[in-house]
Design a protein around this ligand. Structure first.
Ligand code: KG4
Ligand code: ZN
Length: 332
């Protein structure tokens, strides 16, 4: 089955062609970073407009890279939510219209299930069941995953997502937007032990997260050391990053141990973080747990992961209907 995947939940217009739910024939991601950069965050109205401009050229590019025409597509999978409603609607309406015109099935899927399924686009995917640590700009959650389309939520952030905290700290340090990659890079030159930021475990036996406290702690530190902040930036970034990663790794490994599961998948935009990739692997190895992390191009938002999960819905006979609508808040 050849599936056209479409993703427009936030600030990336993406289209991909995926064969049998695992083989990427083409994956195109048009980022809007330049549009939102000067505002220090995503401006929803601008995001919708940019998606409208980009959707047709991005789909065309994906088809031409896959050396296919629309008539060769068997089904369409599109992100239904969570995300920005105006942004989601562009991809969703496009997918509906396209499927209707081509008389092929289509399915709207949850963006987070897309991230979880991103590990199946790699050559050595995990067996079920496994724990998914999903860390992105909008979500931070732990799931017990028993099939491609069956996940149990074990815990999630009660306030900010980890990626959001990375972005806000980068903004406080005047490092631009989005900040995750920048913090990752400058942390390499810093000492993660010199400035000790708080680790918020909440209930240590539970799996919920909270990242608003650390944001405030970093802000307070910056305010109290205003005069000589420049040379401390790498240490602040490294100290902040280590505090966030300590909690993420601790809880993911605890979740695996509680479920008697020796596999963890690390997914979402923050899974691109070099220190997180290394730390989760080494912490988990000590407990006999194997870690699965997608390649960098599959960590951030993309449409291949949407096609990958859509394949399993379609195979199970689950399709969407023209009356279906997008949703903004998470339902997983
Ligand atoms: O999954 P994603 O592309 O979009 C959402 O679904 O939210 O995640 C975007 C988030 C942003 O907050 C970005 O700063 C963060 O992922 N990110 C990183 C890194 N690369 C992207 N965070 C930490 N380290 C990175 N290398
Ligand atoms: Zn995402």
């Amino acid at each position: 089955m050849i599936i056209l995947g479409i993703e427009t939940s936030c600030d990336e217009t993406a289209a991909a062609v995926v064969k049998e739910g695992t083989t990427i024939a083409a994956s195109v991601v048009a980022s809007q970073i330049e549009v939102h950069h000067r505002y220090g965050g995503v401006v929803p109205e601008l995001a919708s407009r940019k998606h409208i401009e980009a959707i047709v050229p991005v789909v065309d590019e994906a088809l031409s890279k896959a050396d296919l025409f629309l008539k060769d597509i068997h089904a369409i999978a599109v992100t239904r939510g969570p995300g920005l409603v105006g942004a989601l609607l562009v991809g969703f309406a496009f997918a509906k219209a396209c499927a209707y015109a081509l008389e092929i099935p289509w399915v709207g899927v949850n963006h987070l299930e897309g991230h979880i399924n991103s590990v199946f686009l790699e050559p050595d995917p995990p067996l079920f069941p496994f724990i998914a640590l999903l860390v992105s700009g909008g979500h931070t959650s732990i799931y017990h995953v028993t099939s491609h389309i069956t996940v149990e939520l074990m815990g999630q952030t009660r306030d900010d997502a980890a990626g959001e905290a990375f972005d806000k700290v980068a903004k406080m340090l005047e490092m631009g937007y989005p900040g995750g990659g920048v913090i990752d890079r400058i942390s390499r030159a810093g000492d993660p032990t010199r400035i000790k930021f708080p680790r918020t475990y909440l209930d240590k036996s539970g799996f919920d997260f909270s990242f608003s406290g650390i944001k405030t702690a970093v802000n307070r530190y910056i305010m109290n050391h205003k005069d000589h902040i420049k040379d401390q930036i790498p240490d602040i970034a490294a100290g902040f990053q280590e505090a966030v990663l300590d909690v993420l790794c601790y809880k993911a490994i605890r979740a695996a141990m509680q479920k008697g599961c020796d596999r963890i998948a690390l997914v979402g935009g923050v899974a691109a973080n070099s220190r997180l990739r290394e730390k989760l692997r080494s912490d988990a190895r000590r407990k006999g747990i194997c870690v699965y992390i997608p390649s960098l191009h599959l960590c951030g938002d993309n449409a291949a992961m949407i096609a990958a999960v859509g394949y399993h819905y379609l195979k199970a006979g689950i399709v969407s209907d023209l009356q279906d609508d997008v949703f903004s808040r998470n339902r997983l």
